[in-house]
Design a protein around this ligand. Structure first.
Ligand SMILES: [Zn+2]
Length: 62
């Protein structure tokens, strides 16, 4: 049985919620709807979970 995809942040699986597929550094990653805002607004919270997250810049509204 293939491994079930999981949210990179909370590890909820695609058996429980729909996951969005990400393409990052040639890797396929998945994020749940609840944690998409972290990618946009608080990428620093992904440091340690997403290699390279320390280089991501939060969206700033002007
Ligand atoms: Zn999640």
């Amino acid at each position: 049985m293939p491994e079930t995809n999981k949210c990179l942040y909370c590890e909820i699986t695609s058996l429980e919620v729909p996951l969005i597929k990400l393409d990052f550094k040639g890797q396929e990653l998945f994020v749940c709807p609840q944690h998409i805002p972290l990618l946009i607004h608080e990428p620093q919270k992904l440091i340690g979970k997403l290699p390279g997250a320390e280089r991501m810049v939060p969206y700033q509204q002007d």
